[in-house]
Design a protein around this ligand. Sequence first.
Ligand SMILES: N[C@@H](CCC(=O)N[C@@H](CS)C(=O)NCC(=O)O)C(=O)O
Length: 336
Amino acid sequence: MKLYMIPACPFVQRILIACQVRGIDQSVLTSVEIDLNTPPKEMLAINPSGSVPTIEYAPGEGFHESLVIMEFLDSIEAAGPRLYGSAPTTTAETRVAVEVASSKFLTPLQQAMYSQGSVNSVRKATHQLVGAWNWLDVELSKASGRFFGGTQLNAVDISLAPFIARWKWLSEKYPELPKPAAGSRAEKYIAQIPEHEAVMNSLPSADIMRSTTLRFLTPHPLLQDAINAPRTLLENPKATLEAAGQKLSSWKIEHDGQGFCLKGLFRFKNHSEALSKLNWLHDAQETTDHHTSIVMRDFQESEIIMVTHEPKWGVTQKDVALAIAIQAFFTEGQLP
Ligand SMILES: N[C@@H](CCC(=O)N[C@@H](CS)C(=O)NCC(=O)O)C(=O)O
């Protein structure tokens, strides 16, 4: 059997940890490292979405989704303990526990972990994490050992482990995120999980873990440009617009009596596209600490006006940088 994977992916790491615990080695499930930009055609035939982990259990036959693969691995005869227990009732209960852990704990953690520097996401995570740590603490107190699986890792522990292993870099980057209470079970758990042998054997080097964690914590380069750009007024904004060419083709410079401003007109296919894009814009404004004026004509069309009022009316370098990011997202659907 083959496991299509990239070592830095936390969902792949669930599978690698599961194999370690169950004692399923490379001769049974062979890792095939892929390039996510160009997945092999054998993998795409099984999983057209191109995501990893994907398992090929027989030539041309397979499936994806880390939790489904973990359940499948539990059906294989192997020396190690079962991740979902042996009795049907334990299996069912463990499945439910994985779901609950995902919604109560992983969702808030991932909100911060995949924030891309979004101030709104970090704020939301800050609210939710207090409850998440409490939940973890209470649930661990019901377990018969330091892990959900008692003395060894079960499916719940494994589903959480790759994300918990990233907490260190997450909390360094956002020290304002709530932490588990000092001396609590949750605090011990997040210290012990990354040190568990099965977890250590499954994760790439600390350097790779750090850099991939940080990549999802920092704003997209176009938003980073807007954060860095100075609020310096442009002498000749029309010339700047022309020089930017395609990148600013949805925008024009207007003179509205008080001075220059940038105006862009963007169309949406439907109501839900309009809402998701304006939601992104709200987020981008908070993240770049730069605000625009939006006129939403209807759910098909919005006009965005960008102008800096202080200390003088006009178009600044920051306006232009944010306009480039808005155009990239609004016209291409996602940031390039
Ligand atoms: N729900 C999936 C998530 C897998 C996932 O998001 N994998 C990422 C890499 S960490 C991926 O393949 N992204 C590329 C894509 O979705 O095309 C699972 O649990 O397996």
